[in-house]
Write a protein that binds this ligand. Structure first.
Ligand SMILES: [Zn+2]
Length: 264
């Protein structure tokens, strides 16, 4: 069977007593206990985690994938990633890719530069999630360049790394953004299009499965296992969201979501 990799996307992971970060979306927030269940089930099923860098090496025939591979990605740089996620990953000998929105570093509820340095030390991969977390399809060409280049430069300099991956803020992405990303020196763009990734998948539109409410570990595991019906179900949900975003535009979509999701 041809190998495919499923990349899961997480946002804020809420521990019981945790302070919720400003901008943390209840639709995308899952509980720490839910995350723990998922991680231990993946472990039990013999999954090993791969980074974006490792995945790209495999795409270029420079590395071979473990028998059962999964990619764990975390967007926005929430403090809960440092407090709850990383200790859990380390305990399971798992690795994660953390996409950081640079302007949010150090804000209440988000990781500090010091914490990000510890992530690097613990073998976690850091990618860019832009500067301001604005949808990159909505900014001017100059701002687009700045979002991509400046976020990479700051992460590289302050963490002593070489950032190669980026994830599109709020999942907004198009051809212009993809081209600008390559020009800015990235070799992988992770988006929110649902699906699996093979050797043929374009590195400027790598697919991810966003883990959101209502949470079901079984459904996520079915997708990681490559069960097609689970993808079909999730793709339908995603299609509706995309259709709403496109017809309403960013502003009205956010307004609608606020009405539909309690406590948003
Ligand atoms: Zn984000």
């Amino acid at each position: 069977m041809t190998k495919r990799v499923v990349a899961l996307t997480f946002h804020d992971i809420a521990a019981d007593a945790a302070v919720t970060a400003e901008g943390s979306d209840p639709f995308y927030r899952i509980r720490l206990s839910e995350f723990e269940t998922l991680v231990s089930q993946l472990r039990q099923r013999g999954y090993q985690t791969v980074s974006s860098k490792f995945f790209r090496a495999w795409q270029q025939h420079a590395a071979s994938l473990p028998q059962r591979s999964v990619m764990l990605t975390f967007d926005d740089g929430y403090a809960s990633h440092f407090d709850a996620v990383v200790p859990l990953l380390v305990r399971h000998r798992f690795t994660g890719t953390f996409f950081i929105a640079v302007d949010l570093v150090g804000r209440p509820g988000y990781m500090t530069w010091e914490q990000l340095r510890k992530l690097v030390f613990l073998g976690m991969e850091i990618g860019s999630h832009g500067l301001s977390h604005r949808p990159l399809t909505e900014v001017s060409p100059q701002e687009l360049r700045r979002e991509l280049e400046e976020s990479k430069r700051l992460l590289d300099e302050r963490l002593g790394i070489h950032v190669q991956a980026m994830s599109a803020p709020r999942g907004f992405w198009n051809r212009t953004v993809a081209n600008a990303t390559t020009q800015a020196g990235y070799d992988a763009v992770w988006v929110s299009t649902i699906g699996t990734n093979g050797q043929e998948t374009s590195p400027s539109a790598l697919r991810r499965v966003v883990v959101r409410q209502p949470f079901s570990a079984d459904r996520i595991i079915s997708m990681v296992d490559g069960w097609h019906m689970a993808f079909w179900w999730a793709a339908n949900q995603q299609f509706m969201i995309r259709l709403l975003k496109r017809t309403l535009g960013v502003y009205w979509y956010e307004q609608l979501k606020r009405r539909l999701v309690p406590n948003a």
